[in-house]
Design a protein around this ligand. Structure first.
Ligand SMILES: Cc1ncc(COP(=O)(O)O)c(C=O)c1O
Length: 397
């Protein structure tokens, strides 16, 4: 091993936690609220302001965010939702949670994000929602996807689990932060530790639509409301009181869940959000350096950033026909390279329940055989990066 590299494995991702996050947790622990205190609203407002969206609803995970976002659109049995096959299971599972049927549109060769032309071919009379996934942090073609959705009166939920801190430019030249919901109804984030910023576990829904926001808030907490102006009132009549006489009163108006996040987690998130720009800058530096050093090495295809897009580079994805051998070689040298995602339609549950099969989405199927994900995170040292690069070069010698 090269100088300065320990025997400890280099993971493909790692959170960056420092004293400020630790102090923020200690402060909450010494306060009156562990959960449902002031940090939640503060974190929601801070993320909404950062993204340029009107409303934010913090929840317990990115999966919970996708679930309530999908439910808030009214997605139900008999409807269909379209997402990318190249994603984590949650992007498609959330459609099934609502009782609807999942479908997929294949990905693009260059960004590995859903292909808007392929979405068009999959739309039918049952389609209600499109869930584009900003894979690896590179934003999808939101101009095109939004136009398709408007033409067919569909909801758009951006699964931005990989993409807090990413930006893209619309056809008029205006830049939008992922999460602004400028070209979607809702956007969801995940704050799992592997992501660009973390709250431990956690997630968020963003929207500019007050009604969708209100619905998501209820769904996060058992379908309950304590908001007097929203009461339907039958039970108030039974109790023979008016709402102002019953500050303890609540109504459950739809079936919701306990998807609440805690003040402890949001305190971490508030500190992480302040560091997001520096995290993204560091990831982009590593992305650039890998690209410089690995371009032209063996048969490697380096990741591209298309004009008009700025990725937060949650993942650094190479392609090679020697993927299996190279991945094992790197792992034998303590570099935990990865491969993802197994196309969701090829999971046995999806094959058995919905009849998906091989060759349904050939680009995603070829992609998973050739992709190789290298470590990328702000705490990766120059020595470690150089060690990864020299080990890859050694493989091809
Ligand atoms: C694209 C994508 N969507 C959704 C999720 C779900 O997020 P969480 O793990 O916070 O539930 C993930 C998590 O890895 C993801 O990568």
């Amino acid at each position: 091993m090269s100088q300065g590299i320990s025997n400890i494995s280099i993971p493909y991702g790692h959170q960056s936690i420092a004293n400020e996050e630790i102090q923020a947790v200690v402060d909450v622990l010494s306060s009156d609220f562990l959960t449902q205190g002031p940090k939640i609203a503060e974190f929601e407002q801070a993320v909404a302001d950062y993204c340029g969206a009107k409303y934010a609803i913090a929840v317990s995970s990115g999966t919970a965010a996708l679930h309530i976002a999908a439910l808030s659109t009214g997605l139900k049995k008999g409807d269909e939702g379209i997402t990318s096959p190249n994603t984590f299971l949650a992007s498609a599972n959330c459609i099934i949670y609502c009782g609807a049927t999942p479908n997929f549109a294949d990905i693009k060769h260059d960004t590995f994000c859903i292909d808007s032309d392929k979405i068009k071919q999959k739309i039918n009379s049952k389609t209600k929602v499109i869930i584009p996934v900003h894979f690896s942090g590179h934003p999808c073609e939101m101009d095109e996807i939004w136009n398709i959705a408007q033409d067919s009166k569909l909801f758009v939920i951006e699964d931005a689990a990989h993409a807090i801190g990413s930006e893209w430019q619309d056809q008029h030249g205006k830049w939008h932060k992922v999460g602004s919901c400028s070209h979607s109804h809702l956007t969801t984030f995940s704050f799992h530790p592997i992501k660009t910023m973390t709250t431990g576990e956690g997630g968020m829904v963003l929207t500019n639509d007050e009604k969708l926001a209100e619905k998501c808030r209820m769904l996060r907490n058992h379908g309950m409301t304590k908001n007097h102006t929203d009461f339907e009132g039958q039970t108030l009549n039974f109790l023979d009181i008016e709402s102002h006489q019953a500050p303890w009163y609540y109504e459950m108006q739809c079936l919701g869940y306990n998807y609440r996040i805690t003040d402890i987690q949001c305190a971490i998130g508030l500190v992480q959000l302040k560091k997001l720009a520096s995290f993204v800058e560091k990831r982009r530096e590593i992305w650039n350096y890998y690209n410089e050093q690995l371009s032209g090495v063996g048969d490697l295809i380096i990741p591209i950033e298309k004009e008009g897009f700025r990725s937060c580079w949650h993942l650094y994805v190479l392609r090679t026909l020697s993927r299996n051998d190279l991945l094992l070689f790197l792992r034998s040298k303590n570099i935990i390279a990865h491969a993802m995602y197994i196309p969701v339609h090829l999971q046995s549950f999806y094959r058995n329940q919905f009849g998906f099969k091989e060759n349904d989405f050939p680009i995603a199927e070829t992609y998973i055989k050739e992709c190789l994900i290298l470590p990328i995170f702000p705490g990766l040292s120059k020595n470690e990066i150089d060690y990864i690069i020299s080990t890859i070069k050694e493989f091809y010698e």
